[in-house]
Ligand binder design. Structure first.
Ligand code: COA
Ligand code: MG
Length: 296
């Protein structure tokens, strides 16, 4: 999936608006964008919305993932109790501080799946792992924690508050060292865990060029998609994370070259460049993303 759009779970208007912007996945939020007084209303609205969407299922429509409140808030279980029975595709865990947090969430989810007569493990997990200093330092602890885990992403806003930084970007608009570190350990932690890395939100939502630049850097560095906060960001993200015709063509040529060379193919050459196993692996990844870029 390329684009993950945050939608406040207490806003009927934004929920209905979110369906038509082309997002591959909606991140329906019960956490930071919903006030404490609105949590119950947001839980009910989110559950009804997903149930409704499941009933009039549209092929090619977005996936539905619910962001619950962090495990330390005491609110997580009530969030799950309200939404798991609506059969969301996944749960997004904010402020995850260790792989064991994903295991703890998975155990809570299993109880609610059983109560709703849903097969254990049907609901996936997405984790935001760098919202605290502790979480950032534990990015390497996610390998093998749960088959439910599908993506890992990072966040700079809560981490800023946890550390007490004045601003997380320098005068040129680039993230400062701590945030580049958080971004980097997310890429490495996700690759080590065998899951996709998803880039964080771009909060300056009227700045199209800034978003395009950040998308290009994310594609370059190995993220498979990016989170959005505004519907206008979705098309830009989808375009950036869809492999280009040239990239698909080159990937096809690499795969064909290895197929023609047979089982004993080691190193080959294409257009004057050395090609070996890592290039083949990357070619398969591009082709798999190209196949999935319709949102599947
Ligand atoms: N999902 C769905 N619809 C959205 C949306 C979103 N994330 N953000 C904006 N819209 C809708 C608005 O409701 C508005 O529709 P309307 O004219 O029919 O009312 C339209 O898109 C244009 O919105 P705009 O006026 O440009 O922005 P805004 O000032 O209303 O909202 C934000 C700005 C940042 C408050 C809003 O984009 C938002 O709520 N984003 C998500 C925040 C969030 O979930 N944060 C948590 C993760 S960091
Ligand atoms: Mg937050």
């Amino acid at each position: 999936m390329r684009s993950y759009l945050f939608v406040p779970g207490d806003s009927e208007r934004k929920l209905s608006k979110s369906l038509s912007c082309g997002a591959d996945c909606l991140l329906i939020d019960l956490e930071d964008s919903v006030s404490l007084a609105q949590k119950d209303a947001a839980r009910a609205l989110t559950s009804d919305f997903i149930t409704q969407q499941r009933m009039n299922h549209q092929p090619g429509g977005p996936k539905f993932v619910v962001r619950v409140n962090a495990l330390t808030t005491g609110l997580t279980d009530d969030d799950l109790s309200a939404v798991i029975s609506a059969r969301p595709d996944g749960i997004l865990l904010p402020k995850s501080e260790h792989g064991s947090d994903v295991q703890q969430l998975s155990a809570l989810m299993a109880v609610h799946e059983a109560e709703a007569d849903i097969a254990e493990g049907s609901t996936q997990i997405h984790a935001i792992i760098t919202e605290t200093a502790r979480g950032t330092l534990n990015a390497a602890t996610y390998a093998g924690v749960s088959d439910r885990l599908k993506t890992m992403s990072w966040g700079g806003e809560d981490l800023s508050a946890d550390i007490g930084v004045e601003t997380n970007r320098d005068e040129a608009g680039q993230y400062t060292d701590v945030f580049r570190y958080a971004r980097t350990v997310t890429l490495l932690g996700a690759a080590a865990a065998g899951v996709e890395a998803v880039d964080t939100v771009y909060v300056d939502f009227r700045n199209t060029q800034g978003l395009q630049r950040e998308c290009r850097e994310a594609v370059r560095d190995g993220f498979s998609g990016k989170m959005a906060i505004h519907p206008a960001q979705v098309a830009i993200i989808n375009t950036a994370f869809t492999p280009s015709v040239e990239a698909i063509d080159r990937a096809n040529r690499i795969v064909e070259l290895f197929a023609a060379a047979g089982d004993n193919a080691g190193v080959l050459s294409l257009d004057g460049q050395m090609i070996d196993q890592p290039h083949l692996k990357q070619a398969h990844r591009i082709l798999s993303r190209a196949g999935k870029s319709d949102g599947g």
